[in-house]
Write a protein that binds this ligand. Sequence first.
Ligand code: F6P
Length: 339
Amino acid sequence: MKIAILTGGGDAPGLNPVIRAVAKVAKENQVEMIGIKRGWAGLVELDHFPLKWEDVKNLHSEGGTFLLSSRTNPIKMENGIKLVSENLKQVADGLIAMGGEDTLGVANELYKNGINVVGVPKTIDNDLFSTDYTIGFDTAINITVEAIDRIRSTGKSHERFMVVEVMGRHAGWLAVHSGLAAGADIILYPEEKYDSQEVCNKIKELKKQGQNTGIIVIAEGAEEKEGSYTTQDQELDAFGHVKLGGAGEKLAKLIEDKTGIETRHIVLGHLVRGGTPSAFDRVYGARLGYAAIKLVLEKKWGQMLTLRGTEIKSMSLEDGVKQLKTVTSDYKDLIKQLT
Ligand code: F6P
């Protein structure tokens, strides 16, 4: 049996441990692995290579993706799904696709077009409804928390308020988890529109109480009550996503202008997507890789893996990509209590 494997969309720490586990378990089961380069782009151009266990055995601690990635979307190309399906059939009997909503959405289209596909959930945004956690999220929160702890100490020395912008697209998981873990004073996230005047009032109140420094975590996709999210430019990517960014800078300036309190901002951005995966993401990655090959051996096509509680399960790709997971009311209540 020959199985191809690819990673699509933004990279995430933990992808390499998945690839490593897939390669090892495949080898033990006489499954030949074919690496596809740069996600769907590699199936459009048929850029592939034999993926050997020996090449990936030391990848357990490496961030990024050995297979490279892209945001190429075959659905947007004329006859794209047909082309990708035919190219895949030339080199393999099936495909393991690792990605978020976009990549797994394409995987589902391929499955509907008769291709043998298994999906693995990945994104630092943790916004896939089908799974409790996506690979990469744990590392990203831990790096964010470490960064905030560092920013806090310089903010304290200079008696400044510090605005920290984090990724996450239109879901606030990264902002909420890291903000709670780092004891932020204010957490702003897309699921709860914010009033900038209230933010300023809160900072003035903290200052009145003798607090001369503080942390405001803002998700890149956070929206003001009287506005929308902030974008870097007008461009959309191949999946129709805007390029978010700038919310932190805008807010820091506004706080300083309206309160006179010195406020700086930092954009953590891609920093938290890179580097070595956490122990959780390494083990989770190994479990996903093993489970992916098991689905392949059992010929359970059209399925994607999910983590429910502590168990790795699977569900249909069709159901798995139906909706996004956004911040739930229990977290919203908790944030109201703690900030
Ligand atoms: O989906 C993962 C993610 O990191 C988002 O949080 C972010 O908005 C986006 O990717 C950034 O994409 P790019 O790497 O293309 O700039």
